[in-house]
Design a binder for this molecule. Sequence first.
Ligand SMILES: [Zn+2]
Ligand SMILES: [Zn+2]
Length: 348
Amino acid sequence: MRAGPLVVALLAATAVAIYASPLTDVLVWKLGSRGDGLGRGEGLDLTVSGTGIPGSVEAWGTPAPASLTRRQEQLLEFREENAFKDNLALFWLPNEWRAAMPPYVQSWLRNWIMVAILYYVLGGVWVYYTYYAFGSQLFKPGEIPSLGAQLEQMKVASISMPLYAMLPAFNEFAIEKGWTRTYSRVSDVGLPMYVVYFFTYMLSVEFFVYWAHRLLHEIKPGYKWLHYIHHKYNKEHTLSPFAGLAFHPIDGMLQACPYTFMLWFVPMHLLTHELLLFATGIWTNNIHDNIDGKVPPVMGAYYHTIHHTMYNKNYGHYFTFVDRLFGTLLTPEDYRAMIAERKVAKET
Ligand SMILES: [Zn+2]
Ligand SMILES: [Zn+2]
């Protein structure tokens, strides 16, 4: 019941990303040039051999000279978008401090703040509505996770968050350097190719998240030293949305890194990529809330609860098809039938 609106929200976010290109053109150029992009304009080297472009553009907040190649313009646009986000999230820091912070430190701090806000605000609202406001309708007595379990999950997640934030900070660094195949405007590739790249990227991410997760189970030290921390919550009623980021930091980064390394192989629109990271933050909260979420082929919360209780089933990220392909899918219907059979066998 909840996965349906979420899928709609994801599709809406994708549609927004498609149409956001002109919007970001307006917002980022205008607001970005007003913001000073503290610390991000220094040493901007746009030299590309053979172009004869001077080594740096000092007033980088103003529109780029017409003689820049499209790739050079993109590098400027990446920096402007990131400076725009810095200005939004780090406005409270004294200017001298920000000017002294390298861009990747600003990215890291901003990502840490944003992931913490998303986790606590969304998790808090989710927990309030599912367990407290509507808890008596959604759960039987005793099925709501204890406050102690939730607090412990918050502790694990909060310790890991500053380390998680290093991954998107690294993404931004690599994107600004021009190492990835990321592009800044939908018009760079055209709408049909935007859609093709989007699905290629998502299919690849789905595949590699599945395998990262499965290998964390199947390679014993990976499970014992890393993934076990997340599987400590292996009973249905110990899971809560706050378990969504309760991982060993290396485990969390390993499972998220397909979002990073696929940028080297598949051209991705920057804003869409960022919205996907945001959507993943919401998704990981959602699949740990214990509610009976099952809208195949979406890997809803019930599938993930089965993953926690059964250990070697349902490794997938958003969808069920990779588990189906590799024979690890256990649907809620089959799970319930299995439990009922076991009960009968025990009684006889
Ligand atoms: Zn697992
Ligand atoms: Zn989990």
